[in-house]
Design a protein around this ligand. Sequence first.
Ligand SMILES: [Zn+2]
Length: 111
Amino acid sequence: MSEVKALEQLLETGSLDNEVAKVRGIAQLAVDKGFDHLSEPQKKVLRPHLTKSCEGVTDPGGYHNDCQVALEGNELAAALESQAYYGSLLCEKCIDESEQYAREWERIDRE
Ligand SMILES: [Zn+2]
């Protein structure tokens, strides 16, 4: 279940730490029992947390790409997983871009 994967990452990365205990409790329940086990009102509580927008990346020229891709399910899980490394929540495309800029910065640093 892609929702469960995303929720697992949300719990693991502390992304729900600022939420009320109820939200974390339901998220944990979904992880333990499966998302479909939740009641409709419980799903409703989690839904806003299951979609997050990509934060986008800034190129070496200081231009922000303004990416607003909605991250959900497995993609959200993957983004959360690499959030600590990249410093922001990024879609696959922005991660590629970010890697490319990192290489460019390295080259600039060497010159
Ligand atoms: Zn993006």
